[in-house]
Each structure stands twice: as structure tokens, then as C-alpha cells.
Design a protein around this ligand. Structure first.
Ligand code: ATP
Ligand code: MG
Length: 228
């Protein structure tokens, strides 16, 4: 199907951990994420959510299996091709914002666009527009340390969406926030996802937030299972 933006097939990943030996975190993960679909990824701590998201986002490689993004198979591709694919088509959000501390909110959203060949003026316009959408335009010149946790995550969402990706991957994007802020920030993220019509795979421990997505998958014993 050509509206599948992210296809994971047969992903496996084992970490060598010294004694008592190795831990097989992924044992054959299959997933098809369609355009415009938001999917919740739920699982207990240590089940492998971050491992799965990093492999899906081409930040790590699987032992076996394939990752296909926007119809392009990343398996066996070199670093440059993988980096280009990631830059164009994947937005990634971490639990802790991972913004660059020496740069302003605006610059943090501009930089990935410059790396993608966008002009500075166009990148700034796009950054301001995104900041306005999540309600932090007036904080554009602040460095991350001068922003609240909720504001930092909103800026991180803008950065993830700066290059108009097809796929958004988020690893507990509101896990570091108090419940009320978490709710508001999550709503801002979903509004951006819906507006851009992109696909999202969002890991969360919060079942209320998970229920607001289109479907829920549980990572259980190294494979994904639907949650009814
Ligand atoms: N680089 C690594 N080397 C060795 N083991 C690792 C490595 N990264 C993760 N693991 C192990 O793999 C398992 C899955 O880790 P992962 O971080 O993917 O879980 P998670 O579901 O994201 O957990 P959490 O909810 O706490 O973030 C854990 O047992 C962890 O200790
Ligand atoms: Mg994790």
C-alpha cells in the first residue's frame, strides 16, 4: 500500500549485557503506520520502546529486519543515505527535549532546516509559524534554560516538524511534565500532527493520552500486539 509511511518488518535487536548474558529486546516487530494515523506505543519500563523508536527513526540499526520510510528501504543503506532519509522524512521527540542549550528556541528550529538546504529567511518564517501554532512565539529568543518544561517540549515538537517530515516518532514526549501541563502539551502535539496529516508513533505511559490516539499497540515479549 502506498499510503504506508513507516513499515517495520521482522525487527530484532539483542543487547549483550555481560553477565547474566544477552537480552533480546525485539523479537520480530512488524508495524505499518499509515499516513495521517497516530498510534500509541505502550509497554512497561525496559520493554524496549526506546530501542524500537530509535531503530524506526534510523538512529540505531536492528540485528535483522527492515525499516521502510515513505517507500524507501533503509536496510543496507550507508550512513549518508540514512541521514538524508531521516532528515527529510522523520521527526523525533525525546522525553527530555534535547534542545541545544547555547541556541535560542528559534535557532533550534532553524538549524535543522539549514542542514536540509532551506534558506535562512524561509527557515525563520517556518520556525516562527510553528512557535505561534504551539503558543510560544513570544519566547522565540529565549534559550532552553529560560523556558519552562512545557515550553521546552513545545519547542522540541516544532524542531521535529521543521522539515515537514512524513513520520513523527516521540519517546514519552510528556513523561517529564506534571499531569496538567502534560495534557496541554500533548494536545498541542496532536494538533500539529493532525494539521500536517503526518503519521505518528508515540510512546507513553499515560493511558488517557494513549486513548486519544487512533489505536494502541503494546510491546510485549519483543513483539507488537494490538490493545483492544
Ligand atoms: N545500549 C544498551 N546496551 C545494553 N542494554 C541496553 C541498551 N539499551 C537498552 N538496553 C536494555 O534493553 C532493554 C530495553 O530498553 P529500552 O530503553 O528500549 O526500554 P524502554 O521500554 O524504553 O524503557 P523506559 O520506559 O524505562 O524508557 C532494557 O532491558 C535495557 O536495559
Ligand atoms: Mg525508553
Amino acid at each position: 500500500m502506498n499510503d504506508v509511511t513507516l513499515r517495520l518488518s521482522g525487527l530484532t535487536k539483542t543487547y549483550l549485557q555481560g553477565t547474566p548474558g544477552e537480552v533480546q529486546v525485539l523479537r520480530g516487530v512488524d508495524l505499518e503506520l499509515r499516513a495521517g494515523e497516530a498510534v500509541a506505543l505502550v509497554a512497561p519500563s525496559g520493554a524496549g520502546k526506546s530501542t524500537l523508536l530509535h531503530i524506526a527513526g534510523l538512529l540505531d540499526t536492528p540485528d535483522a529486519g527492515t525499516v521502510e520510510i515513505a517507500g524507501q528501504d533503509a536496510a543496507g543503506k550507508g550512513d549518508r543515505t540514512r541521514t538524508a532519509l531521516r532528515r527529510q522524512d522523520v521527526g523525533f521527540v525525546y522525553q527530555f527535549h534535547h534542545l541545544l542549550p547555547e541556541f535560542s528556541a528559534l535557532e533550534n528550529i532553524v538549524l535543522p532546516q539549514l542542514a536540509n538546504g532551506i534558506s535562512e529567511k524561509a527557515a525563520q518564517d517556518r520556525a516562527m509559524q510553528l512557535l505561534g501554532r504551539v503558543g510560544v512565539a513570544e519566547r522565540a529568543s529565549h534559550r532552553p534554560a529560560a523556558l519552562s518544561g512545557g515550553e521546552q517540549q513545545r519547542v522540541a515538537f516544532c524542531r521535529a516538524l521543521a522539515n515537514n517530515p512524513r513520520v513523527l516518532l516521540a519517546d514519552e514526549p510528556t513523561g517529564n511534565l506534571d499531569p496538567e501541563t502534560s495534557d496541554q502539551v500533548f494536545a498541542a502535539l496532536m494538533a500539529l500532527v493532525r494539521e500536517a496529516g503526518l503519521s505518528a508513533l508515540i510512546a507513553t505511559h499515560n493511558l488517557d493520552l494513549a486513548a486519544r490516539m487512533d489505536r494502541m499497540l503494546r510491546l510485549d515479549g519483543g513483539v507488537l500486539r494490538p490493545v483492544e
